[in-house]
Design a protein around this ligand. Structure first.
Ligand code: PHB
Length: 399
């Protein structure tokens, strides 16, 4: 795709970026910006709603990584732009265009919600703008709709749960109920759970769901009590996850039916969830307690700068910054040198607080997945549940 795009490229002044017409007569979607002195970085993240804290953690992590490099990208100053995407998929394209068309960003960093990401993905593919995904795990972004200018620094939705089933069966839980928000992230997390749980000999006796971001869990918890599974596995995140954990305990299920989850369940919510979270076992590509100098240095720097503890979202934001720094340094700040920029990012080894990871061919992290348990408001690592786990990247053609 790179060479085809470059032959269609229009170099436009910053103020005059437009959509042009290719020599073929087709509508030309690619926008190429002249390099102004500052790199324009746009955050499209949730700053309100159930994922608001996730957006803040990602932005904090990103800024920390950049600031640790002297606050520059390939020698150039940075100007930041921000859009609150409200985790609203219906406004995804419009919000992405605010950054790409109106603010003319060189790099779009976003977002958290898989449905909103689909809007960003369309704008990224149409405009050619460099798109860095610091959370949303929607499969299509690095599978069927993958693109040379789109890189994910977080996970594919089924990656964390692909390591969960085996751990549950190994603990003797052979009959499980799955519960989630019904949208791409929950459905695709289920894909990983189903595969790993059934392969290990477990049976999923019921799939339960409610629309995002609904938090009326009561009727579903009553149903779980009646079903009497050996264990429950779930995908929830952010404010909704904290409420699910509290409601699970309040419904009398804690201590009776063990609760497992994709690790987002216990990320950034342990203060809000309190003792109700103790003992929850999850799988995730990060753990607070990873005993490495890299993780400790990151946690200390983050806590002293932002006066709060980092979580997996902060790590993902941080790694997004590290990836961009590597790319920008390789092209000395000339982000229009796209083949060289993409090549540097594709071959990057990210020295992350989560452990070193690399990019798959479809631009998704190849990373270790940890088994963790909540103890005293911390996600304690129990071991590695899957080593160097890659998503399949099924259907990805970088053309
Ligand atoms: C998603 O919508 O892809 C998503 C949201 C929050 C998470 C993980 C995935 O914690």
């Amino acid at each position: 795709m790179t060479s085809r795009l470059s032959s269609r490229r229009l170099i436009l002044s910053q103020s005059a970026a437009v959509i042009g017409v290719a020599s073929t007569g087709l509508l030309l979607p690619q926008i190429v910006r002249a390099q102004s002195s500052k790199v324009r970085v746009g955050f499209m993240l949730p700053y309100t709603g159930t994922f608001a804290q996730l957006g803040v953690a990602i932005e904090n992590g990103f800024r920390l990584a950049i600031d640790q490099q002297g606050g520059k990208l390939g020698g150039r100053e940075i100007e930041y732009f921000k859009v609150d995407d409200e985790s609203d998929p219906s406004k995804g394209i419009e919000n992405a265009n605010k950054l790409v068309q109106r603010d003319k960003v060189d790099v779009l960093v976003g977002t958290v919600h898989s449905g909103v990401q689909m809007g960003i993905q369309k704008v990224a593919r149409d405009s050619g703008v460099l798109s860095l995904i610091p959370n949303a795990g929607v499969h299509a972004a690095t599978r069927s709709l993958c693109a040379p200018n789109v890189f994910r620094t977080s996970f594919a939705n089924s990656q964390p749960t692909r390591a969960l089933g085996q751990a549950m069966v190994a603990r003797g839980h052979k009959k499980a109920v799955w519960i989630t928000w019904k949208y791409a992230a929950g459905d695709e997390a289920f894909e990983g759970f189903k595969e790993s749980y059934t392969a290990a000999g477990g049976t999923i006796i019921k799939e339960l769901g409610l629309p995002f971001p609904n938090v009326e869990f009561q009727a579903l918890l009553t149903e779980i009590a009646a079903l009497k599974p050996d264990a429950v596995a779930c995908f929830f995140a952010g404010g909704g996850a904290a409420k699910f954990i509290r409601d699970y305990a309040a419904a009398g299920l804690k201590g009776k039916i063990p609760l497992y989850g994709s690790g987002f369940l216990t990320e950034g919510v342990l203060d809000a969830a309190g003792p109700a979270a103790d003992g929850i076992i999850t799988t995730m590509h990060y753990s607070d307690s990873l005993d490495t100098p890299r993780n400790k240095a990151f946690r200390t720097a983050y806590a002293s700068r932002f006066k709060m503890q980092p979580d997996v979202y902060a790590v993902q934001g941080y790694d997004t910054g590290l990836l961009l720094v590597q790319g920008a340094n390789a092209v000395k700040g000339d982000l229009n040198s796209k083949p060289a920029l993409y090549k540097a990012m594709e071959s990057a080894v990210i020295d992350s607080p989560r452990g070193k990871w690399t990019m798959s061919k479809s631009h998704n992290p190849v990373q270790d997945i940890y088994l963790r348990v909540v103890e005293n408001k911390e996600n304690k690592v129990l071991g590695i549940a899957a080593k160097a786990l890659a998503d399949s990247g099924a259907g990805c053609k970088m053309t």
